[in-house]
Design a binder for this molecule. Structure first.
Ligand SMILES: [Zn+2]
Length: 84
């Protein structure tokens, strides 16, 4: 199963973790985490390694905290529409 936090760059033909790209607070700047993955032969292994990494888990926690604090993007958009 493909994790929902992955996004694909058609220009670079590379998979990225958008959660990590947005909420990375660690110094983990190597491999899939920072540069994405275009190594299709080892894609499953690199994605799995990233998913179980502390850096990915910390990014997910940061996302969860942000969603809890703000109510999420849907809430913010609905509030803006209501206020207009
Ligand atoms: Zn990630």
């Amino acid at each position: 199963m493909i994790p929902s936090c992955l996004c694909f760059s058609h220009g670079k033909v590379t998979l990225y973790c958008f959660v990590f790209k947005l909420f990375n607070e660690s110094r983990d700047e190597e491999g899939f985490s920072a540069n994405g993955s275009s190594d299709w032969k080892n894609a499953y292994r690199s994605i799995h390694s990233h998913e179980i990494s502390a850096a990915h888990k910390n990014a997910l926690i940061s996302l969860s905290v942000r969603v809890k604090e703000t109510g999420g993007v849907d809430y913010i958009l609905a509030k803006q529409i209501y206020e207009e």
